[in-house]
Design a protein around this ligand. Structure first.
Ligand code: FAD
Length: 378
């Protein structure tokens, strides 16, 4: 058998690549006892596979690099491929494609497609070296040899599901630059001044968040650790340290309410529990709106520009993805091959490409796998 390709990792990108390759061509090495651990729990167990709207602008990355890869295998081609394999993802939230019932629908397709590839489970890759035209892949159990190595080992998020820094170590050992990594699509912890957020744990409200010139609209969820929810997770992609600005009253004019006889907490389009906590913080009474003095109104308006510096993030243990990674300037977008070492490929999250919430990270994993397949099959 001509198993010339070793794929490091048994997650989303690895499984797509192994599914596309001709039979008996690849060996997948996965440190977990099972394949596809993240697909399994993703999207609340239903896996948000892709999105109706796709493009480089949905990624924190070099946009031209991402686009050239998406152009080869975009969401439409992915959906067609899935359909051919018997999966018809359903649209939720108008634009997000999910498995209809369970992410196992997708995992089962991959398992069927890779039946004729070799799969080594519970086997951790420790090192990759090269002698002549062949790579030596050292695991805890053996040394394997192959002409091509595809690093599909993902990022550092969710270490309990097998995440490790092996991809970055391999890349560095072959001279690649690693863009500083950090947890992303993750909640923020708060400093002393915002500890009162924790008393609101479980409440959520619609907000608009500004971070680093980017604006994210959506739900903010107060948690016992700080803040989370879609708008916060997306904003974590761009947060580096420093302040963020939250508008708790997006598209709402306090000025226009001046004559209202309603209590403040009844008037504001925020859950009462949240309004009351903020009123206490602002030193304001919950009274009929028209009774607010000009100064008090100004204080209330600060809810539309609530600026604070998060203490940090919830960390890799809670982050959906890792931003940063193998620098894309050193990888060929037409093949996914390293520009430093012939025969070495990088696909998926290990690269410095991070998508927003909404299925972008799986689409990236699958698109980059497809481009790699197109080159490596020959
Ligand atoms: C809770 C959660 C929910 C998510 N939901 C979504 C979603 O709905 N939609 C979306 O688009 N994205 C989602 N993501 C992100 C998405 O799962 C990842 O971006 C995607 O899985 C990346 O694919 P990958 O193949 O690059 O890496 P992974 O899928 O992470 O696969 C990498 C594999 O490599 C293995 N590995 C690591 N080190 C070694 C080693 N030394 N030796 C052998 N194997 C190793 C790991 O065990 C892992 O199985 C979610 C992530 C999390 C954590």
């Amino acid at each position: 058998m001509n198993r010339q390709i070793i794929i490091i990792g048994g997650g989303a990108s690895a499984l797509m690549l192994a599914s596309l390759l001709p039979k008996n061509r690849a060996t997948i090495i996965e440190s977990n006892a099972k394949l596809a651990a993240k697909i399994h729990i993703s999207g609340g167990g239903k896996c948000n596979i892709t999105n109706k709207y796709m493009g480089g602008e949905y990624f924190l990355a070099k946009h031209a690099f991402v686009e050239s890869i998406l152009n080869v295998f975009d969401e439409k081609k992915l959906l067609l491929w899935l359909k051919k394999e018997g999966l018809n993802p359903v649209l939720r939230k108008k634009t997000h494609y999910f498995c209809e019932n369970s992410s196992t629908e997708l995992i089962d397709i991959f398992k069927k497609k890779i039946k004729h590839q070799r799969v080594l489970l519970s086997e951790k890759v420790i090192e990759v070296t090269k002698r002549g035209a062949y790579f030596k892949v050292k695991t805890q159990k053996r040394i394997l040899s192959a002409k091509y190595v595809v690093v599909a080992s993902g990022g550092l998020s969710f270490p309990k599901l097998g995440a490790s820094g092996i991809g970055y170590e391999i890349a560095s050992s072959f001279g690649h630059t690693i863009k500083q990594t950090a947890p992303a699509l993750v909640g923020f912890t708060v400093q002393k001044e915002q500890f009162f957020f924790k008393t609101l744990s479980g409440s959520s409200t619609k907000v608009s968040i500004r971070v680093d010139e980017q604006i994210f609209q959506g739900d903010l969820l107060f948690t016992h650790k700080g803040i989370s929810g879609p708008a916060v997770l997306d904003s974590s992609l761009y947060w580096q340290k420093g302040s963020i600005e939250i508008d708790f009253l997006p598209h709402f004019s306090l000025e226009h309410m001046r004559g209202s006889k309603k209590q403040i907490s009844s008037l504001l389009p925020i859950p009462k529990r949240i309004t009351k906590a903020f009123l206490v913080q602002l030193g304001l009474e919950d009274k009929p709106f028209f009774q607010l003095t000009f100064k008090e109104l100004e204080k209330l308006q600060s809810l539309q520009q609530y600026v604070f510096a998060p203490a940090g993030t919830f960390g890799y243990s809670k982050a959906e993805v890792t931003k940063g990674g193998v620098c894309t300037d050193e990888v060929d977008a037409k093949t996914m091959m390293s520009l430093k070492e012939e025969g070495l490929y990088f696909i998926g999250e290990v690269l410095d490409v991070t998508g927003k919430l909404g299925g972008y990270n799986f689409q990236w994993a699958f698109s980059s796998a497809f481009v790699c397949y197109k080159n490596i099959r020959e």
